[in-house]
Design a protein around this ligand. Structure first.
Ligand SMILES: C[S@@+](CC[C@H](N)C(=O)[O-])C[C@H]1O[C@@H](n2cnc3c(N)ncnc32)[C@H](O)[C@@H]1O
Length: 301
């Protein structure tokens, strides 16, 4: 019997477009994340339109530190780009999904279609680079991370900061995630890497790597490169955010913090918030706990 495979295309963008066309409300469009061991998760695309007060604390903590000219890497539907622009930052979104770029533009923020590793001088340079919604995952893995961090440093102004959020793949009790970590190690990958694709109806994206690094793994990847891990804020279920400072250059020009937390500093641990996208194929709290450093398995992890 013949089995047809989905056509390769902008499945993620299709989900965002459909959700946005309906006003960004829940119950309309769902993102299916397929991990390369067959593990499948579904998430309502409405979370990509969540307002700052619905975010988890570590994301507000990160955005509060954004100043000046901001590059939002993997901007999606503009969940962070839109409020950062409203707070006075000059924001440029970057996303490889044409649909994501179209949605962000329709919300009034400049966005450029392209892959992170191909981003070049045409974007200009930035005071702040954000990798939010677990987009530290775009570092790809321990081998790819130095090249990605180096590329981002090339887009950074003196004194720039990189604000990113992530999830520790090992902070899970789910047996299927622990098994995935073990399989990863067996095939020579870090346990915390995931290879996933996004599905929507007859479409699938290409397979791509996403890295749910533990803080220890992230720290090791950053060491010796152009960025210094300045602060890490941890939240429940293995969620965290970090601020990396560009090494050896002067501090950023006085810029006003965005204050997205409306005055009082909203720190992590302040509230549940809308679960940021978790492509671990793993979800925090869902899976087994693989001890840090050893490898795979997250909700999508
Ligand atoms: C988990 S979503 C996060 C979206 C958004 N930051 C948010 O939190 O709502 C990851 C985004 O990164 C984009 N992306 C994935 N790989 C990329 C790459 N290599 N270069 C640029 N964007 C990428 C995807 O298209 C998607 O929009």
């Amino acid at each position: 019997m013949q089995v047809r495979q989905p056509a390769v295309g902008d499945a993620f963008g299709a989900v965002l477009r459909r959700c946005w066309a309906a006003g960004g409300v829940p119950g309309v469009a769902f993102e299916l994340v397929e991990r390369d061991d067959g593990f499948l998760t579904a998430g309502d695309a409405a979370r990509y339109f969540a307002a700052p007060e619905q975010w988890v604390g570590v994301e507000r903590w990160a955005c509060d530190q954004a100043t000046g000219r901001v590059l939002d890497v993997g901007c999606g539907a503009g969940r962070h780009a839109v409020p950062l622009a409203a707070a006075g930052c000059e924001v440029v979104g970057l996303d490889r999904s044409p649909g994501a770029v179209a949605v962000t533009r329709s919300r009034g923020v400049r966005a450029v279609q392209g892959a992170l590793l191909e981003a070049g001088a045409e974007l200009g340079t930035f005071d702040t680079i954000v990798l939010l919604g677990n987009n530290l995952g775009l570092l790809g893995g321990p081998e790819q991370a130095p090249a990605v961090l180096g590329r981002l440093a090339g887009l950074a102004r003196p004194g720039a900061r990189l604000l990113g959020s992530g999830v520790d793949a090992y902070a899970t009790d789910a047996a299927e995630h622990h098994a995935y970590h073990a399989w990863n190690r067996h095939r020579g990958r870090a346990g915390s890497q995931v290879r996933v694709r996004i599905r929507d109806r007859m479409l699938a994206t290409e397979w791509f790597d996403y890295w749910f690094a533990s803080l220890a793994e992230l720290s090791a990847a950053v060491a010796g490169g152009p960025w210094r891990l300045a602060v890490a804020e941890e939240e429940s279920a293995g969620r965290y955010a970090v601020r990396l400072d560009l090494v050896g250059r002067r501090p950023p020009a006085a810029g006003r913090a965005t204050g997205l937390s409306t005055g009082s500093r909203t720190g992590p641990r302040n509230g549940p918030g809308v679960e940021p996208v978790d492509w671990r194929g793993i979800g925090p709290g869902n899976g087994p706990g693989v001890e840090p450093g050893n490898g795979p398995g997250v909700d999508g992890r």
